[in-house]
Ligand binder design. Sequence first.
Ligand SMILES: C[S@@+](CC[C@H](N)C(=O)[O-])C[C@H]1O[C@@H](n2cnc3c(N)ncnc32)[C@H](O)[C@@H]1O
Length: 241
Amino acid sequence: MNHLKSHIAVALLVVSLFATSLAVAAEFPGYIVAPERRTTGIGKFYMGREISFVMGHQAAEWLNRPGRIQEEMPDEVVANMGLEPDHVVADIGAGSGYFSFRIAKLVPQGKVMAVDIQPEMLALIENQKREDNVTNIEGVLGAVDNPNLAPNSIDAAIMVDAYHEFDHPFEMIDGIYKALRPGGRIFFLEYRGEEASVPIRPLHKMTEEQVVKEMSVFGLEWTDTLDFLPWQHMMIFTKVE
Ligand SMILES: C[S@@+](CC[C@H](N)C(=O)[O-])C[C@H]1O[C@@H](n2cnc3c(N)ncnc32)[C@H](O)[C@@H]1O
């Protein structure tokens, strides 16, 4: 009898684990590769949007242009992230570290995981770390479909002007989602696709509606959109479990 009970208990456990995994697994909406529909991007489409080209490291200096202070207000952005001094924050698509170094100052007992797929960008960050004697930024070489972050290891992730050029956006957000601790947040900054007057090419912009649609595939709650930036949305999503 006890033997039977333990079999039933094991069977129930397997069923409930299966049900849980079904509940949390995000459903992959699929990609469409259609070179004939290509505009200025890579001819690959995700949820109705054409994916942009990756910005090469040769243009990294452009990321540090002085006008960016007025255009993108980076210090105000990081001040609005509500970070605690011991938070671990992933800067995904970190580039030359324009945001990583600002965030590092706000998490003196924590750290910034600066993720990029271009080793040359990570090398720029390493040089800057040495120059400024910064010890709480860790460079992470990501893959196009994997941010290479440990599960349950980060309190927040930020993507600035980067997500639109991820050529595997589903896998990237899936990886970021798994790396977030429960209650962790994603900060999403993209130029506003709703406004024709925002001076950047169409595939480098995103509408709020499109971002919400793409995030809704995951267990992410759209918590807020902060509207203080001249040209970008600062959207916040929270991992709910
Ligand atoms: C336009 S730059 C923005 C850099 C930085 N966020 C900033 O605001 O200065 C976009 C960066 O995203 C990186 N990137 C593109 N696809 C990526 C991916 N799948 N994973 C990580 N980084 C990626 C590029 O290599 C590039 O450095």
